[in-house]
Design a protein around this ligand. Sequence first.
Ligand SMILES: Cc1cc2nc3c(=O)[nH]c(=O)nc-3n(C[C@H](O)[C@H](O)[C@H](O)COP(=O)(O)OP(=O)(O)OC[C@H]3O[C@@H](n4cnc5c(N)ncnc54)[C@H](O)[C@@H]3O)c2cc1C
Length: 388
Amino acid sequence: MSQEELQETISQIRDTVFKVCEEFSGEYWREKDRERKYPTEFVTRLTELGLLASLIPEEYGGSGLPITVGSETLKAIHEFGGNAAACHAQMYTMGTVLRHGSEEQKKKYLPQIASGDLRLQAFGVTEPTAGTDTTSITTMAVKDGDKYIVNGQKIWTSRAEHSDLMVLLARTTPKDEVKKKSDGLSVFLIDMRDALKNGMTINPIRTMLNHATTEVFFDNVPIPADSLIGEEGKGFKYILSGMNAERILIAAECVGDARWFIKKASDYASEREVFGRPIGRNQGIQFPIARAFAQTEAAEAVLDKACRLYESGDTSGTYANMAKLLTSEASWAAADTCMQTFGGFAVAEEYDVERKFREARLYQIAPISTNLILSYLAERELGLPRSY
Ligand SMILES: Cc1cc2nc3c(=O)[nH]c(=O)nc-3n(C[C@H](O)[C@H](O)[C@H](O)COP(=O)(O)OP(=O)(O)OC[C@H]3O[C@@H](n4cnc5c(N)ncnc54)[C@H](O)[C@@H]3O)c2cc1C
């Protein structure tokens, strides 16, 4: 795709997203947030328009577009006040199947994921006792003839109640029986509709934001042996290979959030008059907004580079991680500035600032926390000793 074609595609997608977002105004998001309800109608609209299938190759029914386009799609949703966290995983979780699945698995699942007939937006990695230390997970999948039997618990498995399939990371060999702690972990693509009838339980977790996140329990859950993706014991590598895409796409959402806050703050600062003049005339109000703007533009430039590297086949996580770090800090700076600009009105539900403020804070914690990105950079880029 030439640069011109890419720009044309991005501009068409932004127009489409904008139209969808106009159908789903602030009141729609406020109501979902208040009741912690899933934005099914919004996700259905995006699915119908094929916007969540952009990264699936054309041969499997998707549009085969580069990650820059996926990133611009999610960015636009956030820029216009929506929240793509409800469905961003439908865009990238399939990457595990695409990169490491067999041809049979790809043919079976990808076209249905592309059409939206199958929802693959649950990603079961994190566990309560292991936390960030993924190799310490204890959920076990034990081979038994033509099945595996799964036992264990996942936490923060987002959208599990709104997904048909789940990419699950489990141990197939206990940690104390492997040479390298990252060995003995395997990835499965499980059909949750069957698992729910056979010992899997999903409990929603109420959180400070509307994120449809859950804990999932596996009690002797049988799954077919052909749910295994790639080679048994090599799952950690497969999971890592999907993380750059996830970080890039979430970084794009952070840029969208930052832009939403900056616009909201600038508009309000120009309109709101106190002491007989707009508050935006005070440099104490305008400078933080200008700083957030500069910070966002800089972070977006790093994100653009991360996209280009990803598209060129570069598998190093440096730029994807830096993009996630910098954009999440920029969106948080913009969120805080917007809050301060709105004064008391910031905490009133009707302006959406407090809702977006809660949503924006998440991205310094998930899908990876800021500290772990800094550790990665310190170790990989600067040659500093590993801290864990
Ligand atoms: C709303 C939400 C949705 C999520 N969705 C999913 C999902 O769909 N699927 C999934 O698998 N997971 C999901 N997660 C989990 C998310 O990826 C983790 O919360 C995140 O990786 C941090 O892990 P933790 O919460 O266990 O923190 P911990 O690992 O307990 O860490 C707590 C704090 O200690 C710091 N810390 C830990 N070790 C070190 C160290 N060595 N050096 C410096 N600091 C350190 C961390 O940075 C963090 O600030 C979600 C989480 C949330 C909150």
